[in-house]
Write a protein that binds this ligand. Structure first.
Ligand code: FAD
Length: 584
């Protein structure tokens, strides 16, 4: 009765080509290609900027606006500019903004959620900057809801509260906070004379001086970027580069993330030699609507808060067996319980039932959910809602410092692509938008300070090479591998893991990587192929990180090692091309 969610993204497009190269499978060479290998062939212009920004969500746009008065900004984004996770964020942005809250409270809540792996100086850095971040957003024109206040005074914010927060501290714009932020930042960036926006331009690989054979300390030089309209891969060179490519939710079959979230920035940084951290910590949201056309619609936790009951398809309420708080148990417990029920029964969804509440009240309380479900033929006042847990937020990413810089000089990363140390082993709700702005801001400070000391123009990176590659006549290979990776990640590397499942996943991903590599080097590169290659790399990195953590902590839960083990694992999982770096 229910099919799988369909991805509409797999449309082939013509592009430039590369020569074949030998494929060496296995974790130590997950990369399926190298940026900067000398290539000749299609002649494409070099584009030059002071700042190259890859991604047009909250992090990329905020950074672009901060630096644009001081230099030329190239802003590339692989689809339309507003296609970002930012645009989908509902709940809001966490920041201390009332007398009943304090920096200490926000710091403590973040540390508790992070299960021992947050970097406390980073948590303080972010939380202390919260109020000033909100001021910056307000100055740019973002509107947050306010409670009714006394006449003539600026009314206080209408603050929301979410799981894990001991105070009301979530600023929001109705239930579409991200859309408001994206709207304001994008219109400002698009209007700035120093910002050139390149939509439908997909970064393929980063350029570094080491990869292209330049002398001196290794440093970022920009990126190869594929123009989906012309099929050309061009060199976008810049004095400093910011990765703001967002998360990697698409690596799982079910996700709340938009299509753009294929982990491109993480994979590109990894191939370029940057360190990635904590890729095993993927946050799953317990209740995402299950429907072939719905793809990724969240059913808010508030439905359970208002009495919604999770049931098996045969109608049994099951949460009481898992936690004393039953349906109001913490998010990760509910996600694990649903996963357990699905694995046990073989069903594809469980039901969330709010039919016992007054229909009129349900319509008033949950207008968006009511309307959206009705559009898919589900009247939530009379029918249970089919739901599945879904990958929601990637706590791991490119390891960065307090200036948002990676371990490749002049390569910065901000937003979900980065691992700053804020979230540790589990993200506190609504801390991610805050993190994105704080570190985009920090990156901008550092880039502006550094700008006068950098060379005006680096030598040319080699042209993207056209080889004997042809246009693929079997795009089905991409579709097949895309589906296979996401399904095997869901089944073997999902909410509950075991050593055996991880070993199976590792073997299969290695095979898929081989096949994708062969395809990548034989056929013209397309945006879909770029994403598939990156998805495979990210999948391999998640498996590797998960397999190395032989304990359960935060978002990483394994049946073979169900306890937290501080003696052995109170450290980050660092991965760098060529091998694991070990504890930090
Ligand atoms: C449904 C949903 C609800 C959420 N609710 C909240 C919330 O209430 N509060 C909160 O704090 N967080 C929330 N989050 C998380 C938060 O929205 C994200 O973590 C945050 O918006 C990420 O911002 P970003 O700038 O890092 O990336 P994004 O906003 O995802 O933007 C990434 C950009 O990079 C571009 N890109 C990617 N790869 C390439 C490439 N190869 N070449 C060129 N461009 C590329 C994309 O096209 C996009 O423009 C939610 C997430 C989802 C999915």
């Amino acid at each position: 009765m229910w099919g799988l969610p369909v991805d509409s993204k797999l449309v082939p497009s013509p592009v430039s080509e590369r020569p074949r190269r030998d494929v060496r499978p296995g974790f130590r060479d997950l990369t399926l290609g190298e940026a900067g290998r000398p290539r000749g062939g299609i002649v494409s212009d070099r584009r030059d900027f002071d700042f190259l920004v890859i991604g047009s969500g909250i992090a990329g746009l905020f950074f672009a606006l901060r630096v644009a008065d001081h230099g030329k900004v190239g802003l590339v984004t692989k689809k339309r500019a507003a296609d970002s996770a930012t645009n989908w964020a509902q709940g809001g942005i966490a920041a201390v903004s009332s007398n009943e809250d304090s920096v200490e409270d926000h710091v403590r809540d973040t540390l508790v959620a992070g299960a021992g792996l947050c970097r406390e100086p980073v948590v303080r850095f972010v939380v202390e900057r919260g109020p000033r971040t909100i001021e910056s957003l307000l100055k740019l024109g973002v509107e947050f809801d306010r409670a009714a206040g006394p006449d003539g005074q600026r009314a206080p914010f209408d603050l929301g509260r979410e799981g894990g927060h001991t105070r009301r501290r979530i600023l929001h714009h109705r239930d579409a906070t991200g859309r408001e932020i994206e709207r304001v930042l994008l219109s400002r960036a698009a209007a700035h004379p120093n910002v050139t926006l390149f939509e439908n331009h997909c970064a393929v690989d980063l350029l570094t001086s080491r990869k292209v054979g330049l002398a001196g300390e290794n440093r970022a030089l920009g990126a190869y970027v594929l123009d989906a309209a012309t099929g050309q891969v061009e060199r976008f060179q810049a004095r400093m580069t910011l990765l703001a490519t967002g998360g990697a939710g698409k690596v799982y079959l079910y996700t709340t993330n938009p299509d753009i979230a294929s982990g491109d920035g993480m994979a590109m940084a990894y191939r370029a030699g940057a360190t990635l951290a904590n890729m095993e910590f993927m946050q799953f949201h317990p209740t995402c609507l299950y429907h072939p056309q719905a793809k990724s619609f969240l059913i808010s936790e508030a439905v359970r808060g208002e009495g919604g009951v999770l049931r098996t398809r045969s109608g049994e309420a099951f949460m009481a067996q898992y936690h004393e708080m039953a349906d109001l148990a913490p998010r990760d417990v509910v996600a694990r319980a649903i996963d357990g029920e699905l694995k046990r029964s073989g069903d594809e969804w469980v039901a969330l039932d709010i039919t016992h509440r007054n229909p009129e009240w349900v319509r008033q309380r949950f207008p968006t959910i009511y309307e959206r479900c009705l559009a898919f033929g589900i009247d939530v006042t009379r029918q249970p809602i089919p739901v599945v847990p879904a990958a929601h937020y990637c706590c791991g990413g490119v390891r960065t410092d307090l200036h948002a810089e990676s371990d490749i000089p002049n390569l910065f990363a901000a937003g979900e692509v980065a691992n700053t140390g804020l979230h540790g082993a589990n993200r506190l709700a609504s801390n991610s938008l805050l993190e994105g702005v704080v570190f985009a801001d920090a990156a901008a400070d550092e880039c502006l300070a550094r700008l006068p000391h950098l060379r005006e123009r680096e030598p040319d990176a080699p042209l993207w090479q056209s080889g004997l590659a042809t246009q693929s006549d079997e795009v089905v290979v991409i579709t097949q591998n895309w589906d296979e990776i996401r399904r095997l990640m869901w089944n073997y590397v999902g909410i509950v893991r075991t050593d055996k499942r991880l070993a199976r996943a590792r073997r299969r991903i290695a095979l898929l990587q081989e096949e994708i590599a062969e395809y990548y080097w034989n056929f013209r590169v397309t945006p879909d192929l770029v994403e598939l290659r990156n998805l495979a790399t990210v999948a391999a990195l998640v498996v590797e990180a998960a397999a190395s953590r032989k304990e359960s902590r935060g978002l990483h839960y394994t049946l073979d090692h169900p306890e937290r083990d501080d003696a052995r694992f109170l450290h980050d999982t660092l991965l760098r091309r060529g091998g694991t770096d070990g504890p930090a």
